[in-house]
Design a protein around this ligand. Structure first.
Ligand code: ADP
Ligand code: MG
Length: 724
């Protein structure tokens, strides 16, 4: 008997060598194998006889290869077979398929699946590019024994809805192989599979038992709708997907509760604090900003530690909201850490913090890697003694080397650069002032994202955080006009830059690379800086900014641009996050086809920050891929970051969306974020309900069991993420 934890090598037909190939696919246990779902199904319940085929229909035909030939014409090489059933014939052709010469031979029996068409020579029928599967290598030489075997094999191949799997090991492990193996695994699977989901939840969500789900997802029953199977909406699919999402959400919800249960700081929000808040505001906050600030303030005023994610499109005005939260903490006598992903951004926050907060008397320090050791040591001492109230720096720096005197609030900006795993490492705890024996208190944490994250993704990635969204832009913004231009027309673009500069505005010119390199012919920032400053705009003030400059040079360039001492800033994507120069109203992105969608949106978010009309010019060079076309097209048509993020997620898939796996994104086995958004919400609700128990619906034993499975699953699937 196999159970779910058994290694796949003990499944009949696998063994250690094939188990290694499977391991490459992430399949280690029987459980993994059973979660290797078909990506398609074929209705071979009723394989058709050739004479009854009609043009235009999709059909499965089981037939013998009678003739196979390759016609290697230069323009359109064709591989052609004639398949036969008795005297009936069906022609099948594949284009550019010379490789089939070695695979398809007379005497073989095939299952062919495809669209039936009229052969152009009239009368006869054919299939063009059908899917096929070799059922038997040869029918002629075999005796009666083989015939029996054939019948046995055919029971998995014919006369049912047949699952089609992605092959593995460079085609060595075929779909057909998977069918046999998974069939064998199911045959020998222990009859009583454990049930992770409490009965009340199963009932509410109409979930079938796990064993039934496994059997039916791989071997659907004859009545099962093919459409449901293919869209992963069959009861079997729903059960497996729900379970996966439920266990993820259970882990996140548990984490959330554990954090909430710890002692936190109760920040006072009295008249004095309120008037301090008003004093720093450089403008009237929007209704959207007020709403999120209220949510944040409520968290800060409550005894459990805040764990909140603040979302808002680029330019929606998150910074001032963060500063307001900082003021609440500082007025209560606590220190605040504000962490940014890059030095440039830390510097910029420092710049704004000094403008808005220093006049009100708050003591602010900037801690960056480029400071001299002595200076750093001195700043750290100020922090440790509690003189510095607001500490701004890069994530790495603050997390690694800073002792706070009394840290009350941590603000993490542009979270998507960090990843979830790091999220909770930093937080140093503090005690009630003057009571060394009091329990350690958790600082509040506010995470801000620059990339608007689709809600579904936020629920998984940040399911352990509460969510606040700034859903409107500050007043007076005009939508950015975005255009595509081929770089042959760059002269016109440079003319336009000149015109904008003449009108008193500033321009960014962005490149994907810093230096030219021999393998590609990308225009790069350094070279183009020379070109633009010497040849194209000798009369204008052009600056250069890229990641390899040292921090001082970066600050210099950025500062000059910020103060209006540069007309044009030639840059790489180092300006992608957070940089705020409202007078810049034009951005030219060269090789725009090279950038990801989210990245383009982030870059474009640097302009359109003032009241003047802004322009984004996407220059492309050479041939643009189909996906590139879709990205550029989306940029021209859309301004809404949430919609762009949804599309980006769709185009790239969740792993890529956040850059790396290390970003902490849970990887799914059977669920997908966009398709299963509704199930995800349901799973989240149920996870919360389960942890709220026990009650008359859900017993403690059920809760314990669910938690046990959740931990096992998290352990295996996400390894690093520890759930207490
Ligand atoms: P992001 O959400 O991308 O971090 P910022 O906080 O940098 O956005 O704000 C973008 C720009 O909008 C800044 O120049 C900021 O001063 C301005 N801004 C923010 N809120 C308001 C408001 N309520 N009224 C006017 N301008 C605002
Ligand atoms: Mg920002």
């Amino acid at each position: 008997m196999l159970d779910l934890a058994t290694s796949v090598q003990y499944v009949k037909g696998i063994g250690p060598r094939l188990a290694e190939i499977l391991a490459d696919k992430g399949i280690h246990t029987v459980d993994d194998l059973l979660h290797y779902l078909p990506f398609r199904y074929e209705d071979r319940l009723n394989p058709r006889s050739i004479p009854e085929l009609r043009p235009g229909e999709m059909a499965t035909v089981i037939a013998e290869v009678r003739r196979a030939s390759f016609v290697p014409t230069r323009r359109l090489p064709i591989f052609e077979i004639t398949a036969g059933q008795g005297r009936a014939r069906l022609k099948c052709i594949w284009f550019h398929a010379g490789y089939l010469q070695d695979r398809l031979k007379p005497g073989q029996w095939l299952a062919l699946y495809g669209k039936v068409e009229e052969d152009y020579r009239g009368g006869a029928l054919r299939m063009v590019q059908p899917q096929f599967e070799i059922l038997e290598e040869s029918s002629s030489e075999k005796g009666a024994e083989d015939l029996r075997e054939r019948k046995l094999a055919s029971s998995l191949e014919i006369g049912r809805i047949v699952p089609i799997y992605e092959s593995a090991g460079q085609g060595r492990l075929t779909s057909r192989w998977f069918r046999r193996i998974i069939h064998a695994a199911l045959e020998n699977l222990t009859p009583d599979l454990p049930e992770a989901i409490p009965a009340a939840v199963r009932q509410r969500r109409n979930l079938i038992p796990p064993r039934e789900a496994f059997s039916k997802v791989h071997w659907p029953e004859p009545g099962q709708s093919l459409a449901e199977l293919e869209s992963a909406r069959s009861p079997a699919h729903l059960r497996l997907i729900f379970e996966e999402l439920f266990l993820i959400e259970l882990g996140l919800e548990l984490k959330r509760r554990e954090h909430k249960a710890q002692p936190g700081i109760v920040f006072a929000l009295d008249e004095r604090v309120r008037s301090a808040l008003k004093k720093i505001l450089p403008f009237h906050p929007t209704a959207a900003q007020k709403k999120v600030l209220k949510e944040i303030a409520a968290d800060m005023g409550s005894p459990s530690p805040m764990r909140r994610l603040l979302q808002g499109d680029v330019g929606s005005g998150k910074t001032i909201v963060a500063f307001e939260a900082a003021v609440v903490a500082m007025e209560n006598g606590f220190q605040v850490a504000l962490m940014a992903p890059t030095e440039i951004l830390a510097q910029q926050h420092y710049f704004w913090a000094r403008r808005t907060l220093e006049p009100a008397g708050y003591r602010i320090v900037l801690l960056t890697g480029s400071l001299e050791e002595d200076r750093k040591r001195e700043i750290r001492r100020h922090i440790a003694q509690g003189n510095a109230q607001l500490v701004i720096g890069t994530h790495a720096l603050i997390e690694q080397s800073v002792e706070f005197f009394d840290l009350g609030l941590v603000i993490v900006d542009e979270q998507h650069r960090f990843g979830v795993l790091q999220r909770f490492k930093l937080m140093k705890k503090s005690r009630e002032p003057g009571s060394p024996d009091a329990p350690l208190r958790e600082p509040d944490v506010l995470v801000m994202t620059a990339t608007p994250i689709p809600r579904t993704l936020a629920l998984t990635l940040y399911g352990d955080l509460d969510l606040s969204i700034i859903d409107a832009m500050p007043p007076g913004r005009t939508p950015i006009v975005t255009r595509r231009v081929r770089d042959e027309r760059s002269d016109q673009v440079w003319d336009f830059v000149r015109k904008q500069v003449a009108a008193g505005h500033q321009t960014y010119v962005v490149y994907p690379a810093i230096e030219e390199n021999e393998e590609n012919d990308l225009k790069a920032a350094m070279k183009m800086f020379q070109e633009l400053s010497r040849r194209v705009f000798p009369d204008l003030r052009v600056g250069l900014l890229h990641g390899r400059l040292d921090a001082e040079q970066k600050e210099l360039a950025m500062g000059r641009f910020q103060r209006g001492e540069l007309d044009i800033l030639v840059s790489t994507t180092v300006i992608e996050v957070g940089v705020d120069v409202p007078n810049a109203n034009l951005m030219v992105i060269e090789h725009a086809e090279r950038f990801g969608l989210a990245q383009l949106h982030q870059l474009r978010g640097r302009i359109g920050r003032g009241a003047t009309k802004s322009y984004c010019v996407l220059m492309t060079s050479g041939k643009v891929s189909e996906e590139g076309e879709r990205r550029l097209d989306a940029m021209v048509k859309m301004n809404d970051g949430f919609r762009i993020a949804e599309l980006d997620l769709e185009l790239r898939g969740p792993g890529e969306f956040f850059g790396t796996r290390q970003a902490g994104l849970p990887s799914f086995r059977v669920a997908t974020l966009i398709r299963d958004a509704r199930l995800l919400e349901a799973a989240k609700q149920e996870a919360a309900a389960v942890l709220a128990g026990p009650n008359e619906e859900i017993s403690q034993a059920e809760i314990d069991r669910a938690l046990r499975y959740m931990r096992a699953r998290w352990q295996r699937t996400y390894g690093l993420v520890e759930v207490a």
